[in-house]
Design a protein around this ligand. Sequence first.
Ligand code: G
Ligand code: G
Ligand code: MN
Ligand code: NA
Length: 249
Amino acid sequence: ESLARELRQAIDRDQLSLVYQPQTSINGRKVLAVEALVRWNHPVRGPLSPGAFIPIAEETGLINDLGMWVLKRACEDAAKWPHLKLSVNVSPIQFRHPQFIERLSSILGMTRLNPHRLEVEVTESVFSNKDRTVLETLQKVHEMGVRVALDDFGAGYSSLSYLRQFPFDTLKIDRGFIAGLESSPHATAILGTIINLGEALGMSVVAEGIETEQQAAFLRLTKCDRLQGFYLSRPVPADEIRDVEHRLA
Ligand code: G
Ligand code: G
Ligand code: MN
Ligand code: NA
């Protein structure tokens, strides 16, 4: 049986689940937001990470239904944390679906989530082809009051021109720059410069992949707005967010 067929069933049979990774204030003590991350509890293979099935979902178009399942579940869960923002990863393919806006509005209506609490994370690949519909739909999402984050910034063939092509609310700096902090003076200079750039453009800046106290300490000296990474918290099930908040406070 193909993984694609199994994935179709997984969406229908509730074999998918979400974990949430907290994003904290710069001092690491206050949780400000959570990023939803999908998991597949495969009946035979065990838990699968998104890297193992998101590409297949994108190739087969299943990403549309999977993505809507993720959005709906995450917006429902967000009612448990009225003080936190919610980040959800959205594939560029989803923005090409003619009903995306309609379905997103319907989920926000049903779950009564304030659109301002929701942030969609997109990678630079939203710019990869000349398809204007992706950016037009992203613009409509923005006009609904939903915030838009540029994820993994600096990981690919980044172009600063992307920052001119869309008014992103948030810049998520790829964890590669954080990982390079200890070993590379260049990584340190680039990281500091990206943070200043985001700040100058009025964006919230999130540093991802914080794994050590040293990395957190460096970022405390910058104008970065939020920290995310295993040092603060691993992704956890919805009902453990409260515990993480207490541990960090
Ligand atoms: O959780 P993990 O590190 O395994 O995630 C790997 C990748 O999968 C990350 O790039 C993340 O953005 C992506 N991902 C996680 N959840 C979702 C989701 O719900 N939708 C999409 N499109 N990508 C996701
Ligand atoms: O591409 P995206 O930023 O959406 O990927 C998020 C993924 O990064 C999550 O699946 C999460 O498991 C992973 N992640 C989160 N924090 C860390 C970290 O501190 N180190 C590493 N190596 N991965 C992390
Ligand atoms: Mn992300
Ligand atoms: Na990222």
